[in-house]
Design a protein around this ligand. Structure first.
Ligand code: SF4
Ligand code: SF4
Length: 430
């Protein structure tokens, strides 16, 4: 990914609103420079990710276009619960879509209420405003029934966004035996949809190969997270978050290679005693809603207040890779069963009950030797906001310093958040 080309003809062909798109792309370099370049020292080699952000709508979009010309289908997903393995197995490409900026909100105004989760509003704005070439490259949008906001967002998408939509129905009480049966039936229905779309059959061989590839990608991210357990950590929380964010939409083979190379370097740094902060710097675990590019706000505040983020219990963190996938079994049915099991082990606040998430946080605090937990919820995200009250209480009862933060994508509350985070860190130090 090194060539420099004029992408305007491609963006025009995709039907983008070029004026708005220019405005969007003009904002990102300054934010990135301020957060990633000017305030960080002694980074590992992050040149690949620096390039990817600088070229965010360039070469990857060109790759998708070329893949489409060769007959491959491009699918957009919004949640970890839509298994990449099934999509890649039938030779389609999955792109994790999200929205991490309020820039696009104008396009969703009057269509959705203002008091909606910023992530959903942002994603809808990207789609409806024709300012994201990932949306405009799709053959199929795959939604899912997780939170209420998303369920309604699919209806808006279907009405206003000219791309076919398919919604996977996720069981809500996932601990029940019938939930597993229902989930397997839903995965099989998705397979049918994918087979029709791509004219490729799902087989034992292609599913096993895709499972191995995606699990290998997750293994490389696991290695990066494993390295963050060191004191001092060899990588900042901001950089680790970026690695995870990019993994959602980049080519899995390239991710295996690049994240693997980064993990090699981090492991060497640990052997050499090299870190991005001083030993014994206060270590923070963030837990809550996912953070889509360019939502780096909370990490930036914590890491410019004298602490370091060592782990994220989020879908752009451990929920992405923690649940292990068994690739054993001699039949296609067996592999689909393993896949179903793996995904049911992800503990999202959309499920009820969801006690296992609290246990995950407690375990991660120990594993990453975190000094404190920041429970992070995007505004109007009811599942995570509601869970944060009980989780904060439980963590405090066992002596884990915890603070709950509710925020959106604006910069208006940054000063106030910084004051709260600094006071929290002071309290931890005492
Ligand atoms: S938080 Fe829940 S709904 Fe959102 S991406 Fe993660 S699993 Fe899906
Ligand atoms: S952050 Fe919360 S409200 Fe927003 S999409 Fe995720 S679960 Fe739904």
């Amino acid at each position: 990914m090194t060539e420099k080309v004029d992408h305007y003809p491609m963006w025009k062909n995709l039907g983008l609103d070029l004026e708005k798109h220019d405005q969007l792309l003009a904002i990102l370099p300054d934010i990135y420079k301020k957060i990633y370049i000017e305030t960080q020292k002694n980074r590992p080699d992050m040149s690949f990710w620096d390039f990817v952000v600088g070229d965010i709508h360039g070469i990857r979009i060109k790759e998708l276009k070329e893949a489409k010309e060769k007959g491959q289908k491009i699918l957009g997903t919004f949640c970890l619960y839509v298994p990449d393995e099934l999509i890649f197995a039938v030779n389609a490409i999955s792109v994790g879509l999200c929205g991490g900026t309020n820039f696009s909100n104008y396009a969703a105004e009057g269509i959705v209420p203002p008091n909606l989760c910023p992530l959903i509003k942002s994603a809808l704005g990207f789609a409806l405003g024709n300012i994201c070439p990932y949306f405009n490259s799709l053959n199929l949008l795959v939604g899912e029934t997780t939170c209420d906001g998303k369920k309604k967002a699919w209806e808006v998408m279907e009405k206003y966004f000219p791309c076919e939509l398919y919604v996977v129905e996720i069981p809500q009480c996932k601990d029940r035996p019938q939930a597993r049966e229902h989930w397997i039936a839903e995965l099989k229905a998705l397979v049918k949809k994918l087979e029709n779309l791509t004219s490729n059959k799902l087989t034992f061989e292609n599913l096993k190969a895709a499972m191995e590839k995606i699990e290998n990608k997750r293994n490389q991210i696991r290695r990066v997270y494993q390295a963050r357990k060191a004191d001092p950590p060899p990588i900042s929380g901001k950089d680790a978050l970026l690695v995870s964010q990019v993994a959602f939409y980049d080519d899995p083979d390239r991710e295996i290679q690049m994240v693997g190379k980064l993990a090699d370097e981090l492991e060497k740094r640990i052997r050499d005693g090299v870190g991005v902060v001083k030993k014994s710097t206060k270590r923070i675990l963030i837990s809550g809603t996912p953070m889509a590019i360019p939502n780096w706000k909370l990490h930036q505040i914590i890491e410019t207040s004298g602490a370091i983020v060592v782990c994220e219990e989020t879908c752009t963190g451990t929920r992405y890779f923690d649940a292990k996938l068994e690739i054993t079994g001699k039949t296609l049915e067996g592999l689909i069963g393993n896949l179903a099991e793996r995904y049911l082990n992800i503990n999202c606040a959309c499920f009820t009950p969801n006690e296992a998430r609290t246990e995950d946080i407690k375990r991660l605090v120990k594993e990453y030797k975190a000094d404190g937990v920041v429970l992070y919820s995007l505004s109007f995200c009811q599942p995570y906001i509601i869970e944060s009250i009980a989780i904060e209480k439980k963590l405090k009862e066992i002596g884990i310093p915890t603070i709950s933060i509710e925020t959106d994508y604006s910069s208006e509350d940054e000063g106030q958040l910084k004051t709260r985070i600094e006071a929290f860190l002071e309290m931890i130090k005492k």
